[in-house]
Design a protein around this ligand. Structure first.
Ligand SMILES: CC(C)(COP(=O)(O)OP(=O)(O)OC[C@H]1O[C@@H](n2cnc3c(N)ncnc32)[C@H](O)[C@@H]1OP(=O)(O)O)[C@@H](O)C(=O)NCCC(=O)NCCS
Length: 314
């Protein structure tokens, strides 16, 4: 099949298909786990029951009616594309954003790719002496993201499909409260939605990382922890109490000068993380917490939120 025909059948821009074709080439893919083992693996990956049911129903069996040749091509080449960058830690899109409402294969194509990569990345972890418990806790972000995406009615997935390639390439590790992404000289911190961000939990996670990276990645030299987030916007201090966890987290960092062009649009990111909806009108959003009221009032006053980067020495 020609690439333009593949793109038309997938309902995506031809450039996106050309990119997959170029990056994956004829590099090796990886098989999905046996279907008989899939439920147990989905359980270890914290995939919620609704998604488990859909993923099992849409399983890419050779005779599945859900899987057209172009979907099978994309699944196979997307796995190859991500696998080709095993050990990488940059942002990587696994392929085009799909019209997911077309069915379970469309909806979960990149989740199937992730499942195929579980064996590949856990072997990479083992080569680096990383404990099984860290592997599975890290990889279980798949389930957390699927659950959030369901709350977001699918609005979260376009970012998540790329985000999850970090886990699938060995680029990111969940150590206690925080996720730690390998980088060039700095460990980038990410904050999953998993309860309050207490200073004690943050300190414990940083301590874990201080031991983890020299032990498992001795060739990489880290001098700083870094973070890019809506959480580091100093304007939050106009609204949040000084003893709030977010403000206390902010105090650890020295901020880089603000660059409006850098990072994602913070007005969107505060809606993503403060409401889990990107499209609800401001007047219809809940005002249940001081943060939610701050986000709404700030935007209604015509002001903007900032995506800020900061760092502090290891
Ligand atoms: C980061 C996070 C754990 C901080 O939560 P926390 O520890 O409760 O933070 P604080 O103590 O500073 O909270 C201060 C106030 O804001 C509220 N708040 C904090 N995060 C909130 C969120 N994501 N949504 C709604 N309200 C929130 C708290 O309930 C509290 O309000 P209250 O006193 O009226 O109850 C939380 O925002 C979260 O889970 N975010 C999602 C993940 C995320 O944003 N990651 C970073 C991506 S770049």
């Amino acid at each position: 099949m020609e690439l333009d025909e593949t793109a038309a059948r997938l309902g995506v821009p031809v450039e996106d298909v050309e990119r997959v074709h170029q990056l994956a080439g004829d590099r090796p893919s990886a098989p999905l786990p046996d279907k008989a083992d899939a439920r147990a693996i989905l359980g270890r990956l914290a995939v919620p029951p609704d998604d488990t049911t859909e993923i099992m129903a849409g399983w890419p069996d050779p005779d599945s009616p859900h899987w057209t040749p172009e979907l099978r091509w994309l699944l196979d080449r997307s796995i190859a594309l991500v696998r080709a960058d095993l050990g990488g830690h940059g942002w990587l899109s696994p392929g085009p954003e799909l019209p997911r409402e077309r069915g379970p294969a469309w909806r979960h194509l990149y989740a199937y790719a992730y499942l195929a990569l579980v064996d590949v990345v856990t072997a990479y972890h083992r080569d680096h002496g990383i404990a099984d418990a860290v592997s599975w806790v890290t990889l279980a972000d798949l389930g957390r993201n699927l659950a959030v995406d369901r709350r977001m009615r699918g609005e979260g997935w376009p970012v998540m499909q790329s985000w999850l390639t970090l886990h699938a390439r060995g680029g990111l590790y969940e150590l206690g409260r925080l996720q730690h992404q390998r980088g060039d000289g700095a460990i980038d911190l990410h904050i999953p939605e998993s309860g309050p961000l207490t200073p004690e939990a943050v300190a414990a996670s940083l301590d874990e990382a201080r031991a983890f990276f020299p032990r498992h990645f001795p060739d990489e030299h880290y001098t700083a922890f870094a973070c890019g987030s809506w959480l580091l916007d100093p304007q939050l201090r106009e609204y949040l109490p000084e003893d709030s966890n977010i403000v206390r987290f902010q105090r650890r960092f020295e901020l880089e000068p603000y660059d409006e062009q850098e990072g994602p649009d913070a007005d969107v990111e505060v809606l993503r993380f403060g409401f889990r909806s990107l499209t609800t009108p401001l007047d219809e959003l809940p005002r249940g917490s001081v943060l939610q009221r701050a986000i709404i009032d700030h935007l209604k006053a015509g002001r903007h939120w900032q995506w800020r980067r900061g760092r502090f020495p290891i």
